[in-house]
Ligand binder design. Structure first.
Ligand SMILES: NC(=O)N[C@@H](O)C(=O)O
Ligand code: NI
Length: 159
């Protein structure tokens, strides 16, 4: 058993797992006669072969403290993106391999989203607010797009 120490979510640190979706540091340009700023193509959805990119809303609820990490999942056919719809911090737990010693925990700000690249091991949505909505972009289509794995040891996030 181990405690995970959340690290700040940055593009560089998260690069092995996917993309950070945020306006900070992003290229942008003015549109709509100057009444809007477009932060263009912050991520590119990957619905995989024969899939359709779909948009859903997940209403996440905080898990009991300390937050227990006992399993991971991945989507072998497509990417999955989470963008918070309210400005509250949340957690992102990923791993290169589905083993406790491989776990990484990122502390995401409320103005940061992530896209997990296809096949990246991650924990299902972890919110810190009592309830928080997220826009989710992932795949609809044929084939099994969910693989779950119980970890060899549990880990906890105390926050
Ligand atoms: N079940 C489901 O769609 N949610 C997970 O994929 C997740 O990453 O939260
Ligand atoms: Ni997922």
């Amino acid at each position: 058993m181990r405690d995970l120490v959340p690290e700040p979510l940055t593009r560089d640190a998260f690069a092995p797992f996917g993309t950070v979706i945020e306006t900070a540091g992003a290229k942008s340009f003015q549109i709509n006669e100057g009444f809007a700023t477009r932060y263009h193509a912050l991520a590119s959805a990957d619905p995989g072969d024969g899939g359709t990119a779909i948009l859903s809303i997940f209403r996440g609820r905080r898990r009991p403290d300390p937050i227990r990490i006992a399993m991971l999942e991945r989507h072998p056919l497509a990417s999955q993106a989470f963008v918070p719809l309210s400005a509250h911090d949340w957690l992102v737990v990923v791993a290169e391999e589905p083993r406790a010693e491989s776990l990484r925990c990122f502390h995401a700000r409320g103005d940061q989203g992530v896209q997990y690249a296809r096949g990246v091991w991650h924990h299902p949505l972890l919110v810190l607010a009592p309830e928080q909505d997220f826009l989710v972009v992932d795949r609809d289509g044929p084939g099994g797009n969910l693989e779950e794995r119980t970890l060899d040891a549990e880990a906890y996030v105390r926050i």
